[in-house]
Ligand binder design. Sequence first.
Ligand code: GLU
Length: 485
Amino acid sequence: MIRTRIAPSPSGFLHIGTAKTALYNWLFAKKHGGRFILRLEDTDAERTDEQYVQGMCEGFKWLGIEWDEGPPFGDIPEKGEYGPYRQSQRKHIYRKEAYRLLEEGKAYKCYCSKQELEQYKDDTGNLYYPGFCRNLTPERIREKGDAPYVIRFKVPEGETIVEDLIQGTVRFNNNQYDDFIILRANGDPVFHLAVVVDDIYMKISHVIRGDDHLTNAPRHIMLFRALGADLPKFAHHPLVHDEQGRKFSKRMHGANVLDWRDDGYLPEAIINYVALLGWTSEEENKEFFTLQELLEKFTLERISKSASRFDRRKLEWLNGLHIRNLPVDDLRDRLIPILEKHGFNTSTKSKDWLTKLAKICQEKLPTLNRIVFLSDFFFKDFETYEPEGEKKWWSQPEIVISQFNLILEKIKNIESWDCDNIKKAFEEICSQQNIKIGALVNPTRLAITGKTIGPGFFELTELLGKEKTIERLIKAIAYLKNKGA
Ligand code: GLU
């Protein structure tokens, strides 16, 4: 049985890099009929914040990355038979395993204080424990009485080989690892012990995680062996870099997955884009993927070894494609809350009207939030016109006024107010006046929407309604007369 997990530390929001790790684990498990586990690495009480636990779970839920096993969240109870799924509730297990290693002589008590050890560093300047307490005699240990101690793992000699599904075979000389702490003086486990014990207890078959953990893998492998467990398969995928090629900083907008929701991105697009941050399909140049397609095509073998750069424009492009891919009713339902959030009362409009709005804007939405710009004039009157538009389309007010009067004359008589009839009316004026349709439509668009761009003109005019269209043309005439005076 394939069992994968995402094991975030809730010391921050759901980072885009964590979302990528979760997605790869989730896709891999689902593709193989396995299970995907959410485990919270919250042993560090000082850094853990319930607000982040909520934010992370909400982020996964928004993306549609549902866990098969995991801690309770909102109305969802704890799921799975290997719980609890929060490390803070599993401390007794880590302690038990640490003391087992101690009894079996694979770990030892260390009484050295932090201050005493400050001067011992490796070539790269990191602290390196020289093993002072490794071979304390039973008498020496007895002499220490109840002095505080940590438990350290006895790193064996030799080398540790990581057979990685993405990185290939990576060899590490064990002498680059000191006898690392597994249990702190207060009885709390260190990350390495907790991760390995949980992966064993939760029967994790594949550890898929960021390659910043590749150098931790040897420590974990040593611990798996010392605890007498089989190794899971490892797959370390590259990190996500920002557009400048640096580590994607937590402080940047967009590092938090939920920023994208706020910005009007679809979870479908984020999933698609995040999958491509390291993975490519066999089909050349194919970049648009639905979740279903990803489930069919995703393989660990096609994950690249090098870090990928975040590209906001590409994400926006993909988002537009996913918006266009939505059934229009679905799009409508996603647009309504955004309109409401911006103070537009959608309950005054019929469902049919809202569906039409979604339809005429669908092609023009790089993000859902763009709907505000594309449709605000339907919901509220405006006092000003786009200055660039005035320059471009209203530079000869007398002509524009006479055109508007012709339009008013004509559309008054339209009985059935729909796109085709409105278009017919405009075309008739154009042929009588011998002008191009754009010369009539563009100034009118400015009059009735206040803007130079937006949804298709005849479609929007239909939706705006006859009365409003007439009212706004009259208002624009008054404005233009005033301006000319
Ligand atoms: N808590 C670790 C992290 O967020 C997870 C490590 C692991 O997946 O083994 O990076």
